[in-house]
Design a protein around this ligand. Structure first.
Ligand code: GDP
Ligand code: FE
Ligand code: FE
Ligand code: FE
Length: 196
């Protein structure tokens, strides 16, 4: 495992060590697989493979940060205070960017935006946003009904993959009577519906 060292004053080894120390091994292995899948999707879509691999690796850096720490950061930093009404599923992308800059010293806006959007997606998505969003969904460790179709669709057409994932996530959230984050719904309306 080695990451391009132009995106942080920290070395590749230091970033890997910090990430390992911030999560359990299961989550760390997921991040490694998302990194590898991001690299693959970057190659297929003509995007910088090294940058995609790093963005994919750090996407869940803050997934296991304690809830109290999140609440403190949302209150004291420049985040929408409505986030206090949500939970770690929503926070770890959006607010996760704060911890990635603080701890891993990554400031590249494209990488941070891809992390920000990796759970909820958005109405507008850059190629890197789509790569990380889809790599998270189809990495080889994922196993849910439809994952093989998701992989096939995504490797053929990244945008179609985004539409597939958002519809799948909305179905899952509604099935379980979960609250829908408005951005997720807005993204679904752009990427998943057949007519606009
Ligand atoms: P992970 O971090 O690798 O597990 O994957 P994600 O970051 O993509 O998703 C984390 C969790 O957020 C998943 O369980 C999703 O179902 C959930 N999630 C995504 N969108 C929404 C939403 O709009 N509302 C709620 N309540 N949960 C969501
Ligand atoms: Fe995540
Ligand atoms: Fe995701
Ligand atoms: Fe993830």
């Amino acid at each position: 495992l080695f990451f391009n060292e132009t995106y942080s004053p920290l070395s590749s080894d230091e970033i890997i060590a910090k990430e390992k120390a911030n999560m359990n091994n299961k989550r760390f292995q997921h991040c490694v697989r998302v990194s590898e899948t991001s690299r693959k999707l970057a190659k297929l879509n003509g995007y910088d493979e090294d940058k995609a691999a790093l963005a994919g690796f750090v996407h869940d850096y803050a997934k296991q940060v304690p809830i109290d720490e999140y609440r403190e950061v949302i209150k004291t930093q420049d985040f929408d205070k409505d986030l206090l009404n949500w939970n770690r599923a929503i926070w770890h992308g959006i607010v996760g960017t704060y911890f990635i800059t603080r701890d891993l010293k990554i400031t590249d806006p494209e990488i941070l935006q891809a992390v920000w959007r990796h759970t909820t997606a958005d109405t507008e998505m850059t190629t890197l946003d789509k790569i990380v969003f889809m790599a998270d969904f189809i990495e080889p460790g994922r196993d849910f009904p439809g994952v093989d179709e998701a992989r096939k669709i995504t490797y053929e057409d990244l945008d179609a993959g985004v539409g597939y994932q958002l519809a799948h996530t909305l179905e899952f959230l509604i099935e379980n009577r979960n609250k829908i984050y408005p951005r997720t719904l807005e993204a679904y309306n752009v990427w998943s519906v057949k007519s606009k």
